[in-house]
Design a protein around this ligand. Sequence first.
Ligand SMILES: NC(=O)c1ccc[n+]([C@@H]2O[C@H](COP(=O)([O-])OP(=O)(O)OC[C@H]3O[C@@H](n4cnc5c(N)ncnc54)[C@H](OP(=O)(O)O)[C@@H]3O)[C@@H](O)[C@H]2O)c1
Length: 299
Amino acid sequence: MTRKDKILVTGATGHYGYAVIESLIENGVNESSIYALARDHTKVEKLKSLNVNIAFGDYNNYGSMLKVFSGIDKLLFVSSDELENRSEQHIQVVNAAVKSGIKDILYTSQEHKEVNFSLIESIISSHLATENAIKGSGINYTILRNGLYMDILPSFLGKNIFKYGIYLPAGNGKIGFALRSEMAETAAKILISTGHKNKTYSVSGDSYSFSEIAEYISQITGKNITYLSPGLDAFLNTVIDQGMSKKCAKMIGGFAAATRQGELESNGLQMEKLLGRKPLTVKQYLEETFICNFLSSAG
Ligand SMILES: NC(=O)c1ccc[n+]([C@@H]2O[C@H](COP(=O)([O-])OP(=O)(O)OC[C@H]3O[C@@H](n4cnc5c(N)ncnc54)[C@H](OP(=O)(O)O)[C@@H]3O)[C@@H](O)[C@H]2O)c1
């Protein structure tokens, strides 16, 4: 990037976008070159403290995107969290980027393997539609296929792990997790360096099975943590009966079942190279953060 490049980060009121902006600043980018996209005027207090430019727009509003993209050189397009009409929303964003003359676009996609029938089809299809729109747009692109946030691993393990063990329909499949903050740092490093034109990267840590995770937690806590893997339907019936919302059960069950058929397995080599160090491993995460929190909340 040149010193004068203006970088716009979307989803800046969210966890990932905000962390990318913090990392850009830590890596020496002048605040005046950074533009943060928000859609809600009541959510920008924290962003204001970073002294970056704040722009307002909504992916659903093409005109607002055209306005905020004007004069921007590089766009970090953070995927929306609204699954229903995500492809349509995203394609509007890409069209506005083309019309505004944006030179480079980075997009946060999802790590996955191609399979005949994906168990996370509703998530992957909109990412692929967006990737294809970007690739066909003529804009220089970098696709970041992010693995799962390690930050959501506790939701997979459940609150009652010490009582019932791990209960997930993931079989012996492996899943690649990385800390969201390290994925954000990776994106910031790509934004400020060269050599990423028209590349697709896996931004994910090494992969682990839930039996390995159960074993780590057993070692760390000295408690015997079991791992039981039911079929997807049995999982959904059980956890919904126990009070988990249908939406949450379907999300966790879908990701776990996709893990079972190898859709989410990855290795951390590409992320390590881009980040410039080995990302935090699941084992370290369990040792350093999760177990302490868990033990204190479990009393
Ligand atoms: N890899 C993973 O494990 C994983 C897990 C969860 C989600 N994701 C994906 O990664 C994205 C970023 O993660 P995150 O943790 O930062 O999510 P987050 O904290 O929920 O942030 C999502 C951001 O997107 C913004 N946004 C949503 N819809 C928008 C729209 N129509 N127009 C403009 N902005 C919109 C939100 O704005 P508001 O603050 O106004 O809502 C927020 O700033 C998510 O949106 C989702 O697509 C990945």
